[in-house]
Unconditional design. Structure first.
Length: 420
């Protein structure tokens, strides 16, 4: 059978749910990034590294809900914290102590965060950080980088359908890791720039880490032109106990957080210098508005706090070691086999890239073929080849993933290419 035929035969329940979903949900889901042709698997349960779909197929989950489940599924500490909080109450029109505890834990890890506010998503976190920078500087322009992903609000998606030209005109896209390109791109507009926002480790851009020297340049450049430097660490915060800013030793003015800080629940945050963040202090005349029915939700805060408390420096080191093992094993085998592919990443993050000479099956691209093949093999990555390692993973798990990836890549090589 073809790969698609094999997938269809394994997932009739998912197919039925997808067809049912398309009657109510555009594209069959409420989240564009989880679609893959012909349809995604519909999950029913997760425990540790493993998940199971509605057809009973088991997967080793190397995506973790797009890097957010750093402790894997249903971690006992998180489950206990959530259960205890739910029994006390799941939401109030008032703050709770656990919200303060999570804020204090984040501030302990990130010295640049003097004040912090919680949101429900990374999209909201970057939106409010940009708004804070504009209010603080009195300037309109945002500078961001090629292939960046900062959520789905209008400013983050400037130049795309549905975003007015007036908003798009206030965003400048800059070249990645190119100090001269930054200066050229903003030449003559330096005093219009409210903020420069960057992912120290790009996610959608290919899990590529910025050169620390480039981040230092941005720090100095932002100081020179009077702009706010924002680190989007929604993904990058997982690379070390003190986030990317701790690893690269560069201090931003504002930081946006999400993913692991919610422990698998919808919670995110933005924070930084007190003089900027205090613009949200409701005791001040003209304070910036920041509402949200579920901001600082105690269930999400309890899950995030349990997650961060579990993540000791030794556990971060172990995750990074597993990441190095996976990337090294893949890189060596790819090079040794003359395969047109590569792997990138840092710490527990990675991405596999299928090269242009590799052949997809049928109407599928090589990247889609790799993703679907790995699903059939029992491994779940992002459709674009990105993955993340969680604490339940073992050396045997990452070795098995490496072997499966290489096997699928070899199968996509043109017939004329010999594999040593």
């Amino acid at each position: 059978m073809s790969l698609i035929d094999t997938y269809l035969a394994r997932t009739p329940g998912s197919r039925a749910l997808f067809e049912r979903a398309t009657a109510s949900l555009p594209g069959g889901s409420t989240r564009t990034t989880v679609f893959n042709p012909p349809y995604p698997p519909y999950m029913i349960r997760g425990e540790g590294l493993r998940t199971w779909d509605v057809d009973g197929n088991e997967y080793r989950d190397f995506l973790g809900n797009y890097t957010s489940l750093i402790l894997g599924h249903a971690h006992p500490d998180v489950v206990a914290a959530v259960e205890a909080q739910v029994r006390r109450g799941s939401a109030f029109a008032a703050p709770t102590e656990v919200e303060i505890e999570l804020a204090e834990e984040i501030r302990r890890r990130l010295p640049s965060v003097e004040r912090i506010r919680f949101t429900n998503s990374g999209t909201e976190a970057t939106m409010f950080a940009i708004r804070a920078a504009r209010a603080f500087t009195g300037r309109p322009l945002l500078a961001k980088f090629a292939r960046a992903y900062h959520g789905t609000h209008d400013t983050a998606l400037a130049g795309t359908p549905g975003v007015p030209d007036g908003i798009s005109d206030l965003v400048v896209e800059l070249p990645w890791d190119d100090a001269d390109g930054v200066e050229r791109g903003l030449a003559g507009r330096e005093r219009e720039v409210a903020a420069i926002i960057i992912e120290p480790v790009q996610g959608a851009g290919g899990v590529r880490a910025a050169d620390p020297a480039f981040l230092r340049f941005l720090r100095n450049y932002a100081n020179r032109i009077g702009a706010v430097l924002i680190f989007d660490e929604i993904i990058a915060f997982r690379i070390g106990p003190n986030g990317a800013q701790g690893v690269f030793e560069v201090r931003p003015d504002l930081t946006t957080l999400g993913k692991i800080v919610g422990g698998g629940f919808p919670l995110a945050a933005f924070g930084g210098r007190a003089e900027i963040m205090d613009r949200f202090d409701a005791r001040r005349p003209g304070a910036l508005s920041h509402g949200g029915t579920f901001n600082g939700n105690p269930v999400g805060a309890a899950a995030g706090l349990a997650t961060l408390r579990y993540l000791t420096p030794d556990r971060y080191n172990r995750l990074a070691s597993l990441g190095e093992r996976l990337r090294g094993r893949l890189a060596d085998t790819i090079a040794g086999g003359g395969i047109d592919a590569r792997v990138e990443g840092i710490a527990s993050l990675f991405q596999v890239f299928a090269g242009p000479t590799l052949q997809g099956e049928g109407q599928l691209s090589a990247t889609e073929t790799l993703f679907l093949g790995l699903l059939v093999d029992g491994f779940h990555l992002a459709p674009r080849g990105m993955g993340a390692i969680s604490t339940p993973a073992t050396e045997a798990d990452v070795d098995a993933l490496a072997d499966a990836v290489v096997s699928r890549l070899k199968a996509m090589q043109p017939a004329a290419v010999s594999v040593r």
